[in-house]
Design a protein around this ligand. Structure first.
Ligand code: COA
Length: 324
């Protein structure tokens, strides 16, 4: 008998304001056709001033708890992934704890850029299996609109704001691939590639709050290689074959990268959850937002085998294999 972290509920939150490619093309030297052809993005949601990472994270968490039929008293821990926190401290996770009215447990942030949700899931899963907590909210919440250089067409068109969350509860399994829950997570980073995707400042530097800088071609090149490795690693670790994967829920950065992964696992297009067209890249929020959408509309069902993968600034990357 082993302990498995089971996903009991998933939820998401998106700002009401939608910005289309055509709207961006009014202020930038770009076009709807270029953006769609290179990325698959049609639109993105952009946060209003009060929609911070904590505000959106709390909304996504409420939705995940509602779907799970659980309350704040059923949460032992909050692990929140963000690189756009409300404040340097306290952690955005404890702000979410307060917004939820949660009077117990503990909360902290994880920073791994676009891989943040996979990292947060790995940390929460390890804590549940170790008995540190019996349940956890794992949240990804990001407001990249606040760290973009809105005059840089090569990055401004790629990102959006939003939050997603899952509610995990410790359950029992047999230690087999047929178990319900997180089967394995696989994390990687390569610090010497920190300069191909980064924010050139932070709250620790008064002279420079920072905006996002990216070498898109280099990131693309590493993404297709590293994500393919992470997918193989997850399947091998569980003795599973790619034909047994029901769903790919990838990080949503670019439709061309998602397509490369779909072909790698030999899935049909309808087995891949895609939100990048409507959300753009919401960094750590993209996987839980996509998962919440596909669970919510009944596509992903209990018992389905779901493969998640992400790559982001760091470089960081990783995968997770989960049976819903
Ligand atoms: N509109 C119009 N033209 C644009 C543009 C835009 N929004 N952004 C860049 N261009 C131009 C460039 O200036 C360049 O012009 P040039 O050839 O005259 O210099 C041309 O388009 C090609 O640029 P390039 O960067 O080579 O395009 P690309 O095919 O590599 O696509 C990305 C750019 C960013 C879409 C692509 O590299 C990518 O998706 N990379 C991965 C990014 C990613 O996933 N990041 C997040 C990871 S979490």
């Amino acid at each position: 008998m082993v302990i498995r972290s089971q996903i009991i509920g998933a939820g998401g939150y998106l700002p009401a304001r939608v910005v289309t490619n055509d709207e961006l093309a009014k202020q930038l030297d770009t076009s709807d056709a270029w953006i769609q052809e290179r990325t698959g993005i049609r639109q993105r949601h952009i946060a209003a001033p009060e929609e911070t990472a904590a505000f959106m994270g709390a909304a996504a968490a409420r939705s995940a708890l509602r779907e799970a039929g659980a309350g704040v008293d059923d949460v032992d821990a909050i692990v929140l992934a963000t690189t756009t926190p409300d404040q340097a401290f306290p952690a955005t996770a404890v702000r979410v704890q307060a917004l939820l009215g949660m009077k117990r447990g503990f909360a902290f942030d994880v920073s791994a850029a676009c891989s943040g949700f996979i990292y947060a899931l790995a940390v929460a899963d390890a804590m549940l299996r170790a008995g540190t907590a019996r349940s956890a909210l794992v949240i990804g919440s990001e407001v990249y609109s606040r760290i973009l250089d809105w005059s840089d067409r090569s990055t401004a068109v790629l990102f959006g704001d939003g939050a997603g969350a899952v509610y995990l509860r410790a359950g029992k399994g047999e230690g087999l691939g047929t178990d319900r829950g997180v089967l394995s997570t696989h994390l990687h980073s390569q610090g010497e590639l920190g300069d191909i995707l980064y924010v050139d400042g932070a709250v620790g530097r008064r002279d420079r709050p920072g905006t996002l800088v990216m070498n898109g071609r280099e990131v693309f090149r590493h993404a297709v290689v590293r994500l393919a490795e992470a997918v193989d690693e997850a399947l091998l670790a569980n003795g599973l074959d790619r034909g047994q994967v029901d769903w790919l829920v990838p990080h949503q950065a670019n439709m061309r990268i998602i397509e490369a992964m779909r072909r790698k696992i030999a899935l049909r297009p309808e087995q891949v959850v895609v939100t990048v067209d409507r959300h753009a890249n919401t960094s750590a929020a993209s996987i839980p937002l996509a998962l919440a959408e596909a669970v919510g509309d009944g596509r992903i069902r209990s018992g389905d085998l779901v493969l998640m993968e992400a790559l982001g600034g760091g470089l960081t990357w990783g995968s997770a294999l989960v049976r819903l």
